[in-house]
Ligand binder design. Sequence first.
Ligand code: PLP
Length: 388
Amino acid sequence: MSEAMIPADLPLRNDLIGEVPYGAPQLDVPVCLNVNENPYPPDHAVVHSIVERVKQVAPTLNRYPDREHIELREAFVKYLKEESKADLTVDQVWGANGSNEIMLQLFQAFGGPGRSALGCDPTYSMYPEYARDTFTAWHTAHRNPDFTLDVDRTIADIDALEPSMVLLTSPNNPTGTPLPMQDLKRILDHCQSAQVAGAADGVHPIVVVDEAYIEFRDPGTPSATTLLGAYENLAVSRTMSKAFAFAGARVGYIAASAGIIDCLRIVRMPYHLSAVTQAVALAAFDHTKEQLSQVDHLRHTREETAAWLKEQTYNGKPLQVAPSQSNFLLFGGSFDDRGAIFDQMLQRGVLIRVVGPEGWLRVCMGTDEEMRRFREALVESMRVVEHA
Ligand SMILES: Cc1ncc(COP(=O)(O)O)c(C=O)c1O
């Protein structure tokens, strides 16, 4: 697909003129390690269940789907209980077409003209786009040099900017950095009495924790969903796209107080989740164990790859690797021309991502064979660029 070619006589919103559609390159290359997917396809039993569930709904497709998607919400509750030990009710969860749509609904409900949202850079590159699309001002607090959150500065920024939403990503993309529970609690406690610019007195910011990669955390680490009983101002976004190996199905969800969910119900499109999407998601939840079966292995691959990367050198210096609790690694730190290394890797059939601060590159964990090719291509690419 070509870049956007927008005729000058179309009445595109003034603030969108010059903007281009956002998205990671979708290239036909042998080794795709650029969008943090689970590289292992659904197993045979899951494929069979998907076909059966879709067969059941196919004769009903003349009717609109259950717009409250109750059966699927029950499956989210069950999964969050099993996976994160969170005790939730159906009115505390809500699904959408990927966590991207969940985030957009949050911005539609809590952002808007006169409102602002605060994230912590470097972080997921879509957040500013949701802000732009909903006329919400987007601000970023800065992280420490090791990419952990600077909690004092973040709290000071909350006081200075009075956002309606504070967006924390754990593990963070593109750095993989987890957010310790004590840091999250400090921010949640502070937001319980913080002001929101442009809102009535007594209105306080909500804190959104984006846990897209949470299943890759070290076993035993709590999820923010376990705090939902204690904090009405908390919303935790999750997705089936990453560890759950279901990116193509486009299913994300959120766990929060019933009040926050009701706000999202105001802005959602009618029947936003198709009957087919609901059916395939339910089929995948019938096979949670199979869907998550490669998570331990991917975690192990991440640790092995991080150790290997640290042994590599570029211009005589060892590569840096950001400590990661996700299925990707941000590495390098001192690449003087990261674009050239990316290009060399691509020429060798390996697609990674130019993202994050200057000097760094991101790679997501692939199959064993894909990681072998990644290593080989990186060693060759760094040598070529060093000697260019
Ligand atoms: C931090 C983070 N949040 C949300 C998403 C959106 O994922 P999806 O819309 O597939 O659920 C991504 C995708 O890469 C992400 O990295």
